[in-house]
Design a protein around this ligand. Sequence first.
Ligand code: NAD
Ligand code: IPM
Ligand code: MN
Length: 353
Amino acid sequence: MSKKRIAVIPGDGIGVDVCEVGVEVLEAICSKLNLDFQIDNFPYSAEHYLKTGITLPDDEVENFRQNYDAIFLGALGDSRVPTNVHAKDILLGLRFKLDLFVNFRPSKVYDENLCPLKGKTKDDINFVVCRENTEGIYVSAGASFKKGTPDEIALQESINTRKGVERIIRYAFEYAKNNNLTKVCMSDKGNAMRFEGDLWMRTFKDVAAEYPEMEISHQFVDAIVMNLVRAPEEFEVIVTCNLFGDIITDLAAQLQGGMGMAASGNLNPGKVSLFEPVHGSAPDIAGKGIANPLAAVMTVQMMLDYLGFKEASLLAEKSVLEAISTKNVTKDLGGNLTTKEVGKFLVDFVKNN
Ligand code: NAD
Ligand code: IPM
Ligand code: MN
């Protein structure tokens, strides 16, 4: 197989620490399995923006599009940039400009002690959320009028196109079909958001008609978050809009043991895609060396799988399972290792297995 090129953007806060571990594990896997990967670092972050005024140049997006197979990103968010403009340009910029229309976020329990729900086993929590990733409220369409006056008005529009809604729904059905799953649930808030809900529901029914073998359902977003806590075993594939996908997947992360466990892929199938943990820059623990790097390593696992390196991806997953079962984990999972120590454990495991 030809050389693969990975662009790494560690970003802000704990993004830097967990990315370092992710890259170490990736490098260990590459040398173990003789894989030819070129890993290049990029500085885009709050620090870089504060120093240079640059968030993410357009020609860099083109560079990623033309010369890279995947992007691995840590996290973005820093109190010194209260507008969050750099995160908007870098993270949302890459999602939009590279047309990464699927935000693929699995929720799986690796060890039932990590699940906060009483009586739920590994079999009960194993579903994926297919979050629309290029439209909705995230397009930033809107305006402020009479700002700062008592008559101030803020408009925030949610943009939904037939094409955008259809392609994420079709992705969800195809994912179910290709993975021997049969349940696809669409979630929206059509009882309050009429126009958007109408488009999502009609499109869902139209696409579902092409997959008669699937068991389809619909739940309003307030109901689905309640049901994910009450009976997570009822779900296999969830498809939803950008905003609801963001909210549902923080809850889904907790079901699998916390923000330090959840991986995600921002995908445009067949094209350069972006992989990142679901969590953010975690200012409350940044700089303390205690961030859980397992979400980042599972993100590397997802990236390897996406790029077609099955054995490498399994090795990444095995290293994470071993860290969990032997309690070589950080404080959030009940262990007492630092981020770097977990990294060392994972790298040693890869070398010796
Ligand atoms: P967060 O995910 O950063 O943190 C939420 C909670 O989870 C915190 O208590 C944190 O300590 C904990 N946590 C998160 N990741 C962890 C890990 N790997 N190990 C152990 N504990 C972990 O969410 P937040 O506090 O709402 O956001 C902080 C900043 O990150 C904000 O600026 C936000 O916009 C940004 N953010 C960025 C991304 C991204 O880059 N993809 C995602 C979410 C939030
Ligand atoms: C995520 C994050 C982002 C989002 C933020 C940082 C804009 O929360 O990737 O889940 O809302 O998509
Ligand atoms: Mn989020």
